[in-house]
Design a protein around this ligand. Structure first.
Ligand code: ADP
Ligand code: MG
Length: 686
């Protein structure tokens, strides 16, 4: 019997084969090929790490103002203090008085003279040789030391299997032709070089990833991306989907007449793009982007109507119960008068209701189906699903989109898919994640929207805020009060929400105050939301459950408590709940002091702009793009070493090479994809 051992930290990082290790390229380099005297280091190493060595002449542990170790080293030229705020007993021994150590770090001018804080330290003999190559620094997850990764990589580079995994199989002629001017090394040579660059390398080109060795790797990676793009594009066109060619007939016509507004120019444009896709005999795969409040829902409804007019079912899936429910109510309002059966499916339905919903979905009586993840759970299969809309797509994983395709009710066709998102994703960025996705953008808000005024207010002025709220409600308007996000504890979050609810109920005796949070049963949640919508509740105290999609135009004031705890995207989404009616809208961001620098900047940006693109850009620079794209669960981006902005010119070369490879060397295509994308290939199918 073999016992399964737990994966090592390296394996958890996906570094489980020599090839994976070889492709784990450094994020930067340190120069340990040069040794300077202490005097030189003191003179030159401000903000610039340098290496020096000396004998330890003093080593003491202080306990005030906090526990720390101070070590002084000396050479013929000067002495230097090293300060360690965290240290192990082993380090005390390593740096015992009399030992010779080599250290690397930046010197700063502390109040006790020149010092290095937390330098890298090695005990060496005075004449120990310097390294001849730059020292790579690898991307690592917490707890994995550079030493461990370096050792594993060096081991891997010696592995005999590598000469095959990194074999040069692209036709040399092709490489020579596309790279003629650039003088690229062979692949294995390039990889080895990047792990162990010689001391005399052009450091800047290496750091900036413009060195020919980087170029070679980037080219390979882009080539894989271009091939998969072309292939996914071609594969999708070979798949069958029902083509919806009749325009504005029956239900669609009825819907257009029933909605109480004219479509904006941007809505008409994206609807034409989507309509064009739907008329094709292969499945649509389109992302509909539009800022909060830009009116994506009606476009989804039109797409569903068109499918229904052609005798197919349509479904809308949303990530939260509240949002799904809201869609359900809206769709019922729009579609039922037109004689369409709208079904509702969520995890919280009673068993009997669920069975009924599943039966009419499978039997085909339900023509439009709205729901949460429950739509892609075990027992659901559609009779004939022609159109699937996925709202707030970044909340779903790619896998869930594949799931829908497996339930359309026939093996003969695929359904058309439309994802919707309020997060503006630059096209080039989307390309690093999805092989094949069309994008439509609603870049205009419906007319008559009043701009939202955002105020940033100290929590100490809570009473004033409540007084203002009183005046606001007295005008017949409604408001939201959003309770702080407490990531560490849902219980604590609930307590705070209940406390605010009680306080506001007491403070505003003439108005009805409601409370909605994630712990409520879905009927209870629905009842509160319905009462708020009907203006039976004037002030809705809520946790972030109302973050996405909720739509009550008469509620034009939102107070957010502890706004400093929320991220950009969350506040932007929350704030998007107001500014939907005819009243001037206000969003009050209350914050508690002390405010971190980052939080101060965030609140300031949010006060200055409501432009989703500006906010997304700021956000993007803080968080990785994976989170914005909903790719978190599905592995890495296709491009690890390419920066589409910096390396744009390489794309053309890769495109040309991809075309030639597909045309002349089909046998190599699979091998190339396998090498570069490996396990990621599956998720490109979505
Ligand atoms: P989002 O894009 O955030 O999902 P919604 O689809 O919920 O936005 O639309 C926000 C609000 O704007 C809704 O109340 C909707 O009825 C309204 N709306 C949508 N399109 C228009 C339009 N062309 N003119 C006026 N109001 C519109
Ligand atoms: Mg929406």
């Amino acid at each position: 019997m073999t016992t399964k051992r737990p994966p090592t930290l390296l394996e958890k990082m996906g570094l489980n084969t020599p090839m994976a290790l070889a492709l784990h390229l450094p994020s930067r380099y340190e120069d340990e090929t040069v040794l300077s005297t202490i005097e030189e280091v003191i003179a030159l190493s401000k903000f610039n790490a340098m290496q020096t060595q000396g004998v330890v002449i003093r080593n003491q542990v202080l306990y005030r103002p906090r526990r720390q170790m101070l070590v002084t080293i000396e050479d013929d030229t000067a002495s230097l203090q090293l300060r360690f705020l965290n240290f192990y007993p082993s380090q005390q021994k390593q740096m015992a008085v009399g030992t010779h150590i080599r250290v690397r770090g930046e010197v700063r001018d502390g109040h006790l003279g020149y010092e290095m804080v937390h330098p890298a330290v090695r005990a060496v003999t005075p004449d120990a040789p310097l390294s001849v190559s730059l020292t790579p620094v690898y991307p690592a997850s917490a707890g994995v030391s550079q030493t461990v990764i370096r050792k594993a990589v060096n081991q891997a580079l010696k592995d005999p299997s590598l000469s095959e995994s990194l074999a040069e199989f692209l036709p040399p002629k092709l490489i020579a032709e596309v790279s003629a001017e650039y003088d690229w090394p062979q692949l294995q040579e390039a990889i080895t070089f990047l792990h162990q660059p010689p001391a005399q390398v052009d450091t800047q080109a290496l750091m900036e990833r413009t060195h020919p060795a980087w170029r070679r790797v980037q080219f390979e990676e882009l080539l894989a991306q271009q091939i998969s793009l072309k292939r996914a594009h071609a594969t999708r066109r070979q798949r069958r989907a029902p083509s919806f060619t009749k325009k504005a007939s029956g239900v669609e016509q009825g819907l257009l007449e029933a909605i109480p507004f004219e479509l904006t120019k941007a809505q008409r444009r994206v609807w034409a793009e989507i309509g064009q896709d739907l008329s094709q005999a292969f499945p649509m795969n389109r992302l509909l982007q539009g800022d909060v409040g830009s009116g994506k829902t009606v476009i989804a409804a039109l797409a569903c109507a068109r499918a229904i007019d052609h005798g197919y079912q349509a479904a809308i899936m949303a990530p939260t119960e509240i949002l799904a429910e809201q869609h359900y109510l809206k769709m019922k309002e729009w579609f039922e008068p037109l004689g369409i059966t709208v079904a509702w499916l969520s995890g919280s339905l009673k068993a009997k209701e669920k069975r009924f919903a599943q039966a009419i979905i499978e039997g085909g009586q339900a023509q439009l189906i709205i729901g949460t993840h429950a739509l892609i759970q075990d027992k659901v299969s559609f009779a004939k699903l022609g159109m699937a809309v996925i709202d707030e797509q970044h909340r779903f994983g790619v896998r869930q989109r594949l799931e829908i395709q497996q339930r359309v009710g026939s093996e003969l066709f695929y359904c058309h898919q439309m994802m919707m998102s309020a997060t503006p994703i630059p096209r080039t960025l989307a390309m690093t994640y999805y092989a094949d996705l069309d994008v439509s953008v609603i870049d205009e808000l419906p007319p008559g929207r009043k701009p939202i005024t955002t105020k940033v207010v100290k929590a100490a002025r809570r009473d004033e805020v409540i007084a203002g709220l009183q005046d606001w409600l007295a005008k017949g308007l409604q408001a939201y009060w959003v309770c702080p996000l407490i990531e560490e504890s849902e219980v604590l979050q609930l307590q705070t929400a209940e406390a605010s609810f009680e306080q506001l109920t007491l403070a505003l005796p003439n108005f009805k105050v409601g409370l909605v949070h994630g712990r409520l049963k879905s009927e209870e949640k629905a009842a509160v939301m319905a009462a708020f919508k009907a203006n039976e509740i004037q002030l809705l105290v809520a946790t972030t459950v109302i973050e996405v999609g909720v739509d009550v135009p008469n509620a034009a004031l939102m107070v957010i408590e502890h706004a400093e705890r929320f991220g950009y995207a969350q506040i932007h989404q929350l704030r998007g709940r107001v500014g939907r009616g005819s009243a001037d809208s206000v969003c009050i961001l209350m914050y508690a002091e002390p405010l971190s620098l980052a939080a101060r900047e965030r609140l300031q940006t949010l006060r200055e702009t409501t432009d989703g693109f500006v906010i997304a850009e700021r956000d993007l620079s803080l968080r990785g793009p994976g989170e914005l794209l909903g790719a978190k669960q599905s592995g890495d981006a296709m491009l690890r070493f390419v920066d589409l902005q910096r390396d744009a010119w390489l794309i053309e070369l890769a495109q040309e090479a991809a075309e030639r490879l597909l045309a002349e060397h089909r046998d190599l295509v699979e091998r190339h994809l396998e090498r570069w994308l490996g396990s990621r290939i599956e998720f490109l199918k979505a």
